[in-house]
Design a protein around this ligand. Structure first.
Ligand SMILES: C[S@@+](CC[C@H](N)C(=O)[O-])C[C@H]1O[C@@H](n2cnc3c(N)ncnc32)[C@H](O)[C@@H]1O
Length: 262
């Protein structure tokens, strides 16, 4: 693939959150709405209900301009800290948190999660609950020893990261190194949830093509073990809809629930 965006500075300049939402999550056209969101949201719902993962604080790493991944978490945690590398993503997230009329419309996905939860509340109530739980929108950089430097965060009960680490990491070694650095952000016995895609090489955001680290199944679980975690659950699902392989060429979805030892 020619003209792929690989350097951090070009990534900063070229990643457009509106194009990202439109390409991947917008009702009716986003290529991740459907198969991916169902996979991720079903596993998050189960993990935070019958899976018993709950607590005081959840930290979302590489939130991007998206909120879908936090909709079930807000039932299981008192506080949610969001964080992303890019200023433009944090600004877009702040718009949604402030109920700004120009914020992205997540109603179709909020309705889906309300249904998963048995329609106990309306989509409006659900959105308000999530807004009330998000206490911070921080800057993070996966490639720093302390990704929140100069802030030192108190360790959290659960660290979640969706579709993020394939962007900054160049190979499985650097992915493993990031997981090692995450240890300091998680309480002993705390949870690490990584949900992402396998075998990808690129993804488009609007007209821009970004490089993706190619994560292979055989090295993935080894990286968690080498980084010092116990794997509680690993689920892989093949991508069924291959109609948009020219937009993003991942082949599998994965969900890993790992735990930091006590
Ligand atoms: C494909 S988007 C995923 C966004 C969102 N989590 C989702 O599930 O759709 C990749 C995210 O990785 C973030 N990212 C890129 N480089 C990063 C870095 N060095 N540290 C932390 N996050 C980074 C980007 O800002 C972007 O929000």
């Amino acid at each position: 693939m020619d003209n792929q965006i690989t350097s951090q500075q070009t990534y900063i300049d070229e990643f457009n959150p509106k194009d990202y939402f439109q390409t991947y999550y917008k009702a009716g056209e986003g290529i991740l709405f459907g198969e991916w969101t169902e996979f991720a949201l079903q596993h998050l719902h189960e993990t935070f209900t019958k899976g018993g993962v709950r607590g005081d604080t959840l930290l979302d790493f590489g939130t991007g301009p998206t909120i879908y991944q936090l909709l079930s978490a807000c039932e299981a945690f008192d506080k949610i800290i969001t964080s992303d590398f890019l200023e433009q993503n944090r600004a877009e997230l702040q718009k949604w948190l402030k109920n700004d009329p120009s914020a992205f419309d997540w109603t179709h996905i909020i309705k889906f999660v309300c249904e998963l939860e048995g329609n106990r509340e309306s989509p409006e109530e659900k959105a308000e609950k999530l807004r009330s739980k998000v206490t911070e929108v921080l800057k993070c950089d996966a490639l720093k020893r302390n990704p929140y430097d100069p802030i030192v965060l108190p360790p959290v009960d659960c660290l979640l990261s969706c579709l993020c680490l394939e962007a900054p990491c160049k190979d499985i070694k650097s992915f493993c190194n990031v997981l090692k650095n995450f240890q300091d952000l998680i309480k002993p016995g705390g949870h690490l949830l990584i949900i992402s895609a396998l075998n990808a090489t690129f993804y488009y955001v609007g007209e821009k093509c970004f490089r993706s680290m190619t994560t292979r199944k055989d090295e993935l679980e080894l990286a968690f073990k080498e980084a010092g975690y116990q794997i509680e659950r690993a689920v892989y699902a093949p991508r069924a809809d291959k109609s948009k392989m020219d937009v993003a060429d991942y082949e599998f979805h994965y969900f890993i629930h790992a735990r930091k030892p006590q």
